[in-house]
Design a protein around this ligand. Structure first.
Ligand SMILES: [Mg+2]
Length: 257
């Protein structure tokens, strides 16, 4: 059996277009995995407050053991149940970003100018991070093309895209490296980790570097499906939670060996 389950949240466990948004089979699958001693981490682009709210809103019958938020921060729960920094990763992450922004502002400005003049999107600079929201996927494709060009000029400067949202970041921090840090703290190796997600910001945890077992639901971005296939993973037919349940079923025989 695997030891750690890393799941994206929106579009992977939760389908906002369905009623109910999270299927009872998904809840049951999570409970069964927990009964087998598997630890569960939600690995999301949401902020800590936003994921806590999401777990409550969709009435998850169990809490994750860990949450990795904003595509880079690592939290565990303390004895009283509060979410707290796990190790010094988050403070190192904050410092790396503070230092990055000292030099990256002209590049961020360049992207923001493009967004305000060439698209219907807008800049974001708030508690959720520094980035952009586009009016459509097509617009975001154009913004990403510019980001690729701009990021090539500063090696530490990168971005994470989640559909029409984009967050600038330090290249060393992603859902993949945050997962690797959690695994290091828990002393769990790649061979015992399963990861699943549906969008571009999930790619760093789905390319096989940090989790041996990877999957994505049928509603995933084409680039995500390609990465998962290349890593020897499973592309589900079912969407969101149905795809998750399907993927766990697909791998369960291999895990029981
Ligand atoms: Mg998602």
């Amino acid at each position: 059996m695997i030891k750690l389950l890393s799941t994206d949240f929106d579009g992977t466990l939760v389908d906002h277009h369905r009623d109910p948004p999270v299927s009872p089979e998904l809840f049951q699958t999570l409970l069964t995995l927990r009964a087998h001693g598997v630890r569960w981490v939600v690995n999301t682009g949401r902020t800590l407050a936003h994921i806590v709210e999401g777990l409550r809103e969709f009435e998850f019958p169990l809490e994750p053991d860990f949450v990795l938020t904003s595509e880079r921060e690592v939290f565990r729960r303390d004895e009283s149940g509060r979410w707290v920094d796990y190790g010094d990763w988050n403070s190192r992450c904050t410092r790396a970003h503070d230092e990055l922004y000292e030099t990256a502002w002209p590049l961020i400005d360049e992207v923001w100018k493009f967004v305000s003049t060439e698209t219907k999107g807008r800049a974001i600079d708030d508690a959720s991070g520094i980035g952009v929201v586009a009016a459509s996927e097509e617009e975001m494709d154009r913004i990403v093309a510019l980001c690729e060009e701009v990021c090539a000029r500063l090696p530490e400067f990168h971005y994470q895209r989640n559909s029409i949202y984009l967050r600038f970041c330090h290249i060393d921090y992603s859902k993949g490296t945050a997962l690797a840090e959690l695994a290091r703290l828990l002393e769990i190796t790649r061979a015992d980790i399963f990861a699943t997600g549906d969008h571009h910001n999930d790619i760093p945890m789905l390319d096989g570097r940090f989790a041996k077992w990877v999957a994505c639901p049928g509603n995933s971005a084409p680039e995500v499906k390609k990465i998962v296939r290349a890593a020897g993973g499973y592309v589900a037919r079912g969407t969101a939670g149905d795809g998750f349940v399907e993927a766990i079923g697909h791998f369960s025989t291999a895990w029981q060996r």
